[in-house]
Design a protein around this ligand. Structure first.
Ligand code: ATP
Ligand code: MG
Length: 349
């Protein structure tokens, strides 16, 4: 455990800068109280930056980012109707480039239904689980192409790449996490009845790794069944491990049942620590509410807590978690608050 941490901050587009500003204040507060030094370096990247400079993620910027202990990220991306920016450019050449270059193979997405948060579910029970989503493979690798584009005979492919190395390291990480929870339960989610090649690699890998973790109970769910149980019985989940695409979809659903996208935090983690990990809210840049102080910064604040936990300061992360819990518990009595009012309330708590 070090007495100072060096964090790169990428506020990004839309509500990114608004929510990150609050997360930074909360991070600074718990660090100051604990005598932990925090060095912050801001990087301007995103859709707006591309519009003014034509840069997505230059190699020098990537090299500079590598020097930090961790990255705190807001959100990037233009409004859906903005035709000035080629579709997918920022996602591929900035977001995915960061994840792939820094080898963020564990995408960690905790879901917890805090007391006092209204859930759309009739009987949610105790909802507190973590999705471990594979972050560097699957259909997100850009392996594919299109023939006869724009014609009635067009054929488009998007190949899902799954390697023994990639599946093994994320499955092992999920088992390690499951072994540390109270319930010690791992659900792995795929669709191996139809996606047989990738599915069976996942299945065999889970079975092999399970032998090293006899204390962990394992169950398997097809991804379609998993969406049903996330709504009808989310309390059954503890740790969920799944591939890149399924994980993306399941975690938006998970955010919806636990009070919404304004609360969902995530980490893009390189467990080997060969490059800095990156922590960001699950939500995007929300252009519809940007610049209006309407965004809930809680997801960004909880992402800063995940960052502290990853850098060896679990007690500071827990302090943030408790402050958020306290703030959320009192929300029903309050009217609408601005982004910075919520940040200030968390700091006060
Ligand atoms: P991306 O592709 O970047 O994930 P998205 O299309 O999923 O983006 P978001 O930017 O996450 O979209 O926004 C989805 C909806 O959720 C929008 O209506 C937005 O206003 C709302 N939203 C997102 N983040 C927040 C937040 N922190 N607080 C309140 N509302 C939010
Ligand atoms: Mg989204």
């Amino acid at each position: 455990m070090s007495s100072s941490i060096d964090v790169a901050v990428i506020p990004g587009d839309g509500i990114g800068p608004e929510v990150v500003a609050e997360a930074v204040k909360v991070l600074q507060k718990v660090a100051d109280d604990a005598g932990l030094g925090v060095s912050l370096t801001e990087y301007t990247l995103g859709a707006e930056h591309w519009l003014t400079t034509g840069e997505t993620l230059p190699d020098e910027t990537l090299a500079a980012l590598r020097q930090h202990d961790a990255i705190l990220f807001g959100a990037v991306g233009a409004a859906p109707g903005d035709t000035r920016i080629p579709s997918g450019l920022i996602e591929r050449e900035l977001l995915l480039k960061l994840r792939f270059s820094l080898d963020h193979y564990v995408n960690l997405r905790p879901s917890k239904l805090y007391p006092g948060v209204p859930s759309p579910l009739a009987a949610p029970g105790v909802v507190d689980f973590v999705v471990v989503r594979e972050g560097t493979e699957g259909p997100y690798v850009g392996n594919g192409g299109a023939l006869r584009t724009g014609t009635d005979q067009e054929i488009a492919t998007e190949v899902s790449v799954n390697t023994a190395f990639g599946v093994q390291r994320v499955v092992k990480d999920a088992f390690r996490r499951a072994a540390q929870t109270e319930r010690k339960k791992l659900s792995y989610v795929h669709k191996h009845n139809v996606l047989v090649h990738a599915g069976h690699l996942w299945k065999r890998t889970v079975e092999a790794v399970a032998a090293d973790f006899p204390e962990v109970t394992v169950d398997y769910l097809h991804v379609d069944a998993a969406t049903i149980f996330l709504v009808t019985d989310p309390a059954r989940f503890d740790i969920i491990v799944t591939d890149n695409l399924f994980g993306d979809i399941l975690t938006d659903l998970a955010a919806a049942i636990t009070g919404g996208i304004g609360l969902a935090a995530s980490g893009n983690i390189n467990m080997d620590r060969s490059a800095p990990s990156m922590f960001e809210p699950v939500h995007g840049s929300a252009p519809d509410i940007a610049g209006q102080q309407k965004a809930d910064p809680t997801a960004a604040v909880l992402s800063a807590a995940l960052l502290l936990d990853h850098l060896g300061h679990p007690e500071l992360a827990a302090r943030i978690g408790r402050a958020v819990e306290q703030d959320i518990a009192g929300r029903s009595e309050l009217g609408p608050r601005t982004t910075s009012q919520i940040g200030e309330a968390i700091i006060a708590a």
